[in-house]
Design a protein around this ligand. Structure first.
Ligand code: NAP
Length: 313
């Protein structure tokens, strides 16, 4: 039987590569300099793409693979996949929901505590020997602060649950109120930002949510407010965020994602009220393995003509 060709869009996980290689004819896209030539030569054997939050499948790539049947994303976010085009062409799409929820929610709480309690700055204080010269300055309490969440989905709900344990009143914004939720619903982001101390972005990146954090929202959050972004970089108008932080119009920020990652605005490097992480929301050994297993499970189910484990399209 002809080996099924699977194209891995970028480097993401040695474990996933190894497991794909055991089952399929794996093409590592990043190893080919001449992408167009490579696609021309192999278009007739590639039936699946494995993407992630960095590289997925746009219309051009989809069009260059006439035998493409499925795009399996090693991420829950689908912003790097042209979902509408996949639907139109009958190409199946899967992602990795649920298995990463806890890690991302844990990290959101970690970012809040790190920004408010200045944990990174405290660590530098001890290492540099500054402690010997005097005590560290006082910081800001987290327990009891009002937390606003944009996108009360799997991750947003898991963050809310954790923040509740810190006695934080929770409110949220999403396109519709969640009837089963006990949290306060706001019909727009400005009202949510005006009424919370900590604003967390946890919605998917779509045309609608691009720059959902703009100057107006930042000003509504204000000089004591803190922005946490564990969603996607383009949710935030980054130049506006940078100027608000530099000018002291926003109290602080904890960021896992950036508009042009891995590029991060250098003006942020000198700010102690900002914590910068390199997109590691789901980055634990346990979770990345579970995500890889889900990608494999979806591909196997598809090619064995069984129901997909986590279908999107
Ligand atoms: P989910 O369960 O689908 O939840 C998404 C929530 O966002 C839903 O409650 C949805 O509610 C809301 N939403 C959708 N469109 C919206 C809009 N236009 N305006 C406001 N709210 C909107 O997804 P999830 O599993 O929680 O994941 C959320 C996102 O987190 C992913 O898409 C991904 O981009 C990001 N993520 C980041 C990392 C990281 O490493 N930093 C890791 C994993 C995931 P309504 O439908 O009612 O609007």
């Amino acid at each position: 039987m002809e080996a099924i060709g699977v194209l891995m869009a970028c480097q993401m996980s040695p474990y996933l590569e190894q497991e794909l290689e055991k089952r399929f004819n794996l093409f590592r896209f990043w190893n080919f300099q001449q992408k167009k030539e490579f696609l021309k030569e192999n278009s007739n054997s590639i039936r699946a793409i494995v993407g992630n939050a960095t590289a997925g499948a746009d219309a051009e790539l989809i069009d260059s693979l006439p035998r493409l049947e499925i795009v399996a994303s090693y991420s829950v976010g689908l912003d790097k996949i042209d979902l509408g085009y996949c639907k139109e062409k009958g190409i199946r799409v899967t992602n990795t929901p649920d298995v990463l929820t806890e890690d991302v929610a844990d990290l959101a709480i970690g970012l809040i505590l790190t920004v408010l309690r200045r944990i990174c700055e405290c660590d530098r204080y001890v290492r540099s020997g500054s402690w010997k010269k005097g005590d560290f300055k006082l910081t800001t309490k987290f327990s009891g602060k009002t937390v606003g969440i944009i996108g009360l989905g799997r991750i947003g709900t898991a963050i809310a649950k954790r923040a509740e344990a810190f006695d934080c009143p929770i409110s949220y914004y999403s396109r519709s109120a969640k009837p089963d939720s006990k949290y306060k619903y706001y019909t727009n982001v400005i009202d949510l930002a005006s009424n919370c101390n900590i604003l967390i972005v946890a919605c998917p990146l779509t045309a609608e949510t691009r720059h959902i954090i703009n100057r107006e929202v930042i000003d509504a959050l204000g000089p004591k407010g803190v922005l946490i972004n564990i969603g996607r970089g383009p949710h935030v108008d980054e130049p506006e965020l940078v100027s608000a932080l530099v000018e002291g119009r926003l109290g602080g920020a904890g960021l896992d994602v950036y508009e042009h990652e891995p590029e991060v605005p250098e003006q942020l490097f000198g700010l102690d009220n900002v914590v910068l992480l390199p997109h590691v929301g789901s980055g634990t050994v346990e979770t990345r393995q579970a995500m890889a297993d889900l990608v494999i499970g979806n591909l196997e189910a598809h090619f064995l003509k069984k129901p997909l484990l986590t279908p999107v399209v």
